[in-house]
Design a protein around this ligand. Structure first.
Ligand SMILES: [Zn+2]
Length: 495
């Protein structure tokens, strides 16, 4: 068999002011051809497929491109064109093909086309033709468009939040060979659910999200579905076909697949209000609660400035509350600010500095704050490794001590922002910290060994939980809860 493989992934926060460029993909690892096998085997969805190939009869493999950039703003048109060209050339050289394993994100939007995954599938189909199977694993926060379903053969979404990219890649891999060989013929059931919801109930370990994902697992375990994927689209995606989706595949049973997808859609809709339950608290209250908790590390989740959701990472909202409270215990705080980092580095270790930090990229929801402190440590950069995700360049950093506040100024928007290494590489000890600000509303796992409690801070920003205050320009209407939509049912018109 002749098999092509590629991964192109980015999650777009369409409210973020920070454009996503090719350089950002390069900083997360952009690879072509055979170097892909060396660099990403064992990592992520594509890495799982490369591992899986070792367990199968030998195939002729054509690795084309691996590009990943985490979450951020709109992808520049020229960047999408670069991927288009790489994909086209790679597939042309690989012809004729028996299958294409194409991992994407599902919620990528470019100025050139707000459905990047569908766009790139069109490109691939244009080269390989209509009959070569395409197996596509996706993030479950994807926006599933009609074009994505039509142009792919089978789609598999993540099963857990926090994400499980490697496992998703494995499941897609196990389906891929029977599909490539024509032993199974996937029939799709596809239901868009006219709703969006906040991130506060996105974890799959409890609540309505767990119940919804469990229902999909039951369809698979009962043998009724080849694969069933709920897609609770990430909520900062203002695109033409934006909505939640249920996607179910059977072997050649179209009606059965559609019925199951409709049932999953109706299930999510029926509990839509439960997805809006939240434990968020104002920043001052969150800081007071952290200070008053006797022992253990308190996570202050900066929900509005989630770098993992695509926000810039330079909100000063919680920092201002910590300064105001003059916290009596150690507080660890990350801040993206290349200018302030460079100023601190120029002053040198031990220098007393007054700096204007943060609030520069996102000047809509945040504003700079003036701090006076001491440059306690500097770093020229570090390659941070994240299991099953790969490497990320931390770039130069500076540790500023403002009393008990340990502020780490970052020059790069690295996904190490929510990990202990951001602090430990500057000589700090997590054991001695009372609280840490994280730029995520879901990925608390990195500080789990120390964590006593997680407090969701109701902070403003491009990933804030209050979705009603954004200006929505593209989303189909009516959509719950932006519009008064009471009586939707799967399989009927959304009136
Ligand atoms: Zn996601």
């Amino acid at each position: 068999m002749r098999i092509a493989a590629a991964e192109i992934g980015q999650e777009t926060d369409t409210f973020s002011p920070l454009d996503t460029t090719l350089e950002l993909f390069e900083s997360h690892g952009l690879f072509h051809g055979d170097e892909i096998v060396d660099m990403v085997k064992g990592e992520g969805m594509l890495g799982a497929f490369l591992d899986y190939l070792d367990t199968q009869e030998p195939v002729e493999l054509f690795p084309i491109i691996r590009a990943w950039a985490g979450a951020g703003g709109w992808i520049k048109g020229e960047t999408l064109e670069y991927f288009e060209q790489s994909l086209r050339e790679g597939l042309e050289q690989a012809l004729p093909l028996d299958g294409f394993f194409f991992a994407q994100h599902g919620a990528a939007a470019s100025y050139k086309d707000d459905d990047v995954e569908g766009y790139l599938l069109d490109v691939a189909r244009g080269v390989i033709g209509p009959d070569v199977p395409i197996v596509m694993p996706l993030d479950h926060h994807a926006n599933i468009t009609e074009r994505m379903v039509r142009q792919s053969t089978i789609i598999v979404g993540h099963r857990t939040q926090p994400h499980d990219p490697y496992d998703t890649g494995q499941i897609a891999s196990e389906l891929s060979f029977p599909v490539f060989k024509g032993e199974i013929t996937p029939s799709v059931g596809f239901t868009n659910i006219p709703m969006i919801t906040q991130q506060d109930q996105f974890l799959t370990k409890a609540g309505p999200m767990k119940e919804w994902f469990d229902a999909a697992r039951a369809l698979e375990q009962e043998g009724r579905a080849l694969t069933a994927s709920p897609f609770p689209m990430q909520p900062w995606l203002d695109v033409k076909e934006g909505s939640w989706t249920a996607l179910v595949y059977t072997d050649s049973d179209k009606d059965g697949a559609q019925q199951m997808a409709d049932d999953l859609g109706n299930q999510a809709w029926s509990v839509r209000e439960r997805f809006w339950v939240s434990e968020r608290v104002p920043s001052d209250e969150a800081v007071a609660k952290a200070v008053g908790t006797p022992e253990g590390l308190i996570i202050l989740s900066d929900t509005g400035d989630s770098v993992y959701g695509g926000a810039p990472g330079d909100s000063t909202h919680i920092l201002k509350a910590l300064l105001k409270a003059d916290v009596p215990q150690t507080a660890l705080v990350p801040m993206l600010d290349p200018d302030a980092q460079a100023q601190a580095a120029a002053e040198g270790i031990g220098a007393d500095v007054t700096l204007s930090v943060g609030g520069k990229v996102d000047s809509v929801f945040s504003s700079p704050v003036e701090i006076t402190g001491r440059v306690a440590a500097l770093s020229k950069g570090l390659e941070a490794y994240v299991e099953r995700r790969g490497y990320s360049d931390l770039g130069p950093t500076a540790l500023i001590e403002i009393g008990n506040i340990k502020l780490v100024l970052q020059s790069h928007r690295s996904f190490a922002v929510n990990q202990p290494i951001l602090y430990t590489h500057l000589g700090l000890n997590i054991d001695e910290a009372k609280m840490v600000v994280v730029k995520t509303a879901s990925n608390f796992q990195f500080f789990a060994p120390w964590t006593k409690e997680i407090i969701r801070v109701d902070s403003p920003g491009t990933t804030q939980s209050d979705l009603t205050t954004f200006t929505w320009k593209n989303l189909p209407r009516p959509t719950y809860p932006l519009d008064d939509l009471k009586d939707w049912q799967a399989g009927t018109a959304s009136e």
